[in-house]
Ligand binder design. Structure first.
Ligand SMILES: [Zn+2]
Length: 487
């Protein structure tokens, strides 16, 4: 059974002999048979010797079978911070389809898009994806507001986007956006029941911080990246040098490398900020993968998968360039990398503290920037969450049911369980042992007799709403597309 790159639907589909990680934070179990009818999981049955020997035990039947012996079945993954590419100069004439295929090929069945003025197209793609008319993950559209200067303008922007059909709002509150404006928008979002809420990226130039934003929008806010938390903890402003210029991205990102180190001198303040977020139900979506280049420039720019799967326009766009955004790696120094390494240690420490005290963490990437490639980037984020101290079982929960629950997607929030929507990743290998098995490029491993090295791993199939995708074929199509773009 192979599925296709279009998403094949069957009367009933059965996954046999799988080891199941259901995404709710409980341990793996198996072997298990999972039955999917229409878009639902209708049975999850243990077929372990103990269960099978009980009287009256009957193995479930299905029209079409997948033998997943030796494989792991997990809920479909969610990338919470995505900008779908639409520009031909970036990813060629089929830019969005290219990115969607890379997501599906990595078991990503839902993406939350974070603005940039493509809301109408994305609402249309969301509909096509729901109807299985487009090979794409589910799309949760966070609309962009444009500039807002008063609470009334904020309310109007929310209404406009709600009418357009977006699921939530993405905001980068400029310096003129006050807590009052944000609160007005939060009220509208609540009234209109936009369950995906407001995702804020609080720039360092904003007067808002994690605490004021969290208080302004209880229950409907997710905080993107890491901005706003150290700012809330540091009394007054960060100790910036006198010639610092926020508009210069080298300055901005260089000094951003020191902000957590400075905040860590006020640990009680950091805990106060985190606890305020927890009390207000603010979700933290750290997107560690995209900033990793700051701690080791040579590393992400040499990821092995870029040669085969990165569109040439992306690679060109990531080259150091003072005229574009997030391409500030010129004059990037050893000291900058050392500072960012320290920043990651502290950032990760408090991310884990936030979760340990009851905060909800999700996994997002901001892929498309700084060598973070669609699909691959999310696997890297899983690795970084493990580095932050989360157990792999917890990492899977963060990247699946934490995300779906936080966006009010109730039919997905149970993970791989009877009665829930069938969004599933079937992985050739054990991601709890090694997340690297999920990369489309797979992993090198011992042959069975341990005398040579063989290529293994990869997400084998992705199921979205009961539709089956063959991940290897998806990757082959992407590879061909990229080589055509290269001419
Ligand atoms: Zn972004």
């Amino acid at each position: 059974m192979s599925g296709s790159t279009k998403g094949e639907k069957y009367g009933s589909l059965i996954i046999r002999n799988a080891t199941l990680v259901n995404g709710r934070g409980t341990p793996a179990s198996g072997p298990t048979d999972i039955v999917i009818e229409g878009d639902r999981i209708t049975e999850v049955v243990s077929v372990s010797p103990g269960a099978a020997s009980r009287s009256g035990f009957k193995r479930p039947e299905g029209d079409v079978e997948i033998d997943a012996a030796g494989m792991y079945v997990l809920p479909g993954f969610v990338d919470m911070h995505v900008h779908v590419p639409f520009r031909e100069s970036q990813c060629g004439p089929e830019a969005p389809e290219y990115a969607y295929k890379l997501f599906l090929a990595h078991g990503v069945t839902t993406i939350r898009t974070c603005g940039f003025g493509t809301d109408e197209k994305l609402v249309e793609h969301r509909r096509l994806s729901e109807e299985n008319g487009l090979a794409a993950p589910r799309i949760v559209v966070m609309g962009s507001t444009g500039e807002i200067t008063t609470p009334d303008e904020g309310r109007e922007a929310v209404h406009r986007l709600h009418k357009l059909g977006t699921d939530g709002i993405k905001m980068i509150p400029r310096s003129n956006v006050t807590a009052e404006i944000l609160a007005a928008m939060g009220e509208e979002v609540r009234e209109l029941d936009m369950k995906a809420g407001i995702a804020v990226h609080i720039p360092q130039s904003s007067e808002l911080d994690a605490v004021t934003a969290s208080e302004a929008v209880p229950d409907y806010l997710s905080l993107e990246h890491t901005y706003g938390i150290p700012q809330a903890a540091i009394p007054g402003s960060q100790s910036l040098p006198p010639d610092y210029n926020y508009s210069d991205e080298v300055d901005r990102f260089r000094l951003s490398g020191h902000v957590w180190t400075e905040a860590d001198r006020y640990p009680d303040n950091v805990l106060w900020a985190l606890d305020t977020m927890i009390e207000n139900g603010t979700v933290w979506d750290p997107t560690m993968a995209v900033y990793e280049i700051n701690r080791e420039y040579q590393l992400p720019s040499r990821w092995r998968w870029l040669d085969r799967y990165a569109a040439p326009g992306l690679l060109r766009g990531w080259e150091p360039n003072p005229a574009s955004h997030a391409t500030y790696h010129f004059n990037w120094r050893t000291a900058d990398e050392v500072a960012w390494k320290q920043k990651y240690r502290i950032w990760m420490k408090y991310l884990k503290v936030f979760a340990d005290r009851g905060g909800v963490v999700t996994a997002g990437t901001d892929c498309g920037f700084m060598y973070t490639l669609y699909g691959f980037g999310l696997v890297r984020e899983l690795e970084l969450l493990q580095e932050a101290g989360f157990h792999p079982i917890g990492v899977v929960k963060i990247a699946t049911t934490n995300a779906t629950a936080s966006m009010g997607l109730k039919d997905l929030a149970g993970g791989v369980q009877k009665g829930f929507t069938a969004d599933i990743a079937i992985v050739d290998g054990n991601p709890l042992d090694n997340f690297k098995v999920m990369y489309g490029t797979g992993v090198k491993m011992y042959s069975e007799d341990r005398t040579s090295v063989v290529q293994g791993g990869g997400v084998r199939w992705t199921i979205k709403g009961g539709a089956l995708y063959d991940c290897r074929t998806l990757l082959n199509e992407v590879e061909e597309y990229v080589s055509e773009l290269k001419g």
